[in-house]
Design a protein around this ligand. Structure first.
Ligand SMILES: C[S@@+](CC[C@H](N)C(=O)[O-])C[C@H]1O[C@@H](n2cnc3c(N)ncnc32)[C@H](O)[C@@H]1O
Length: 215
């Protein structure tokens, strides 16, 4: 994990991350986060890619939350936020693509704006399906490739440049990735035009699907 470019990018961005997102956060983003977390049931909850901890105020009351991130600098900020807000959250340095939890450790999982930057998103999503109990909910808030021919192609073209500067792919086909990872999509809510921001409510595979290894 040491020389991981995603980790280096987010370590670099960490000091200004909240500032960069100050304006959008005052617009739609805070509302989207609230919507997302209202769909996460309490119990043992995993948040992947916690960043600076902006979702903390929305975590379900009474939940036992474990949150992971690949960037120590983002995690350090999340730890400070948890302390400021008096929250008891387990924060761990971990790669979403190789979670160090046994199968079915959580009742639910959530991530916001994370699978645009995980290098192998299908591997990461498959890991969520593994560590959440069979049938448990996985709630994702993600931006993704526009479902518009011209704009989609423009996003494909700009993607390599944006990933270098900001560490995030703008042209990820996240819905397809969720399905490829074997998660059962229960509901899709379009939050921005052309499917560019979506709330995806999915379920971890049941025991039979797990045993067969079917996607
Ligand atoms: C755009 S930020 C979003 C942070 C937070 N979820 C939010 O909504 O503000 C993406 C976060 O995902 C983390 N991340 C990227 N790839 C990861 C991986 N493979 N494993 C764990 N975290 C990862 C980054 O370090 C960063 O904190």
């Amino acid at each position: 994990m040491g020389g991981d470019p995603t980790r280096s990018r987010y370590d670099r961005i960490a000091p200004v991350y909240d500032l960069l997102e100050w304006l959008p956060e005052r617009g739609s983003m805070a509302r989207w986060r609230k919507m997302q977390w209202s769909r996460v049931p309490p119990g043992r909850v995993l948040e992947v890619g916690v960043g600076t901890g902006k979702n903390m105020p929305h975590h379900p009351a009474g939940a036992s939350v474990t949150a992971v991130d690949i960037s120590p600098n983002m995690l350090a900020r999340a730890a400070r936020r948890a302390e400021r807000q008096g929250r008891s959250i387990t924060l761990l340095l971990m790669d979403a693509q190789a979670l160090a939890f046994p199968d079915a450790s959580f009742d639910a999982a959530a991530a916001s704006f994370v699978f645009c930057s995980v290098p192998d998103p299908v591997a990461g999503l498959r890991e969520l399906g593994r560590v959440v109990r069979p049938g448990g909910r996985i709630v994702l808030l993600e931006h993704m490739r526009a479902e518009h021919r011209g704009l989609g192609r423009l996003m494909d073209w700009l993607d390599p440049l944006i990933v270098r500067v900001l560490g995030a792919h703008i042209a990820r086909r996240t819905l397809e990735n969720v399905r490829a990872a074997g998660l059962e999509v229960e509901k899709i809510e379009d939050l921005a035009p052309m499917g560019m921001v979506r709330l995806i409510v999915a379920r971890a595979p049941d025991r039979k699907q797990r045993a067969s290894g079917a996607p």
